[in-house]
Design a protein around this ligand. Structure first.
Ligand code: ZN
Length: 121
């Protein structure tokens, strides 16, 4: 499916993004091996970032890979009820993870989007 390809590109961009970030514990850059794809869905990637140097976990991030038109974009980090219950129903990621990711994404703000490849349509 075409969306798989887009998601893979998005994951690469996320890896590149986090490799530019430093661990707060040991101040070393995150490595590609520490960035783990937990779940992939159309337009959404769930990644877990762990420092490979000291083992300090940065957290879980739910990242949308499909840019939405600014008009209907929800406030950053906000999930609709449908999104929440959809994720709650999934195994392997519990609701605490979602909450953790929620604040994590807010901490990221939106500048990681700049690292995504430009969408040409
Ligand atoms: Zn570290």
């Amino acid at each position: 499916m075409a969306s798989d390809h887009e998601n893979n590109g998005g994951f690469q961009a996320i890896q590149e993004y986090f490799q530019q970030k430093s661990c707060k514990s040991c101040l070393r850059h995150f490595r590609q091996e520490g960035i783990e794809l937990l779940r992939q869905e159309p337009g959404v990637l769930v990644v877990r970032v762990t420092c490979q140097s000291c083992g300090h976990p940065l957290g879980v991030a739910i990242v949308g890979t499909t840019p939405r038109p600014p008009k209907c974009q929800p406030r950053h980090g906000e999930w609709t009820k449908a999104d929440q219950s959809r994720l709650q129903a999934k195994p392997r990621i519990n609701y605490d993870d979602v909450l953790e990711a929620h604040s994590f994404i807010q901490a990221l703000e939106s500048d990681w989007m700049k690292h995504l490849p430009a969408t040409r349509r």
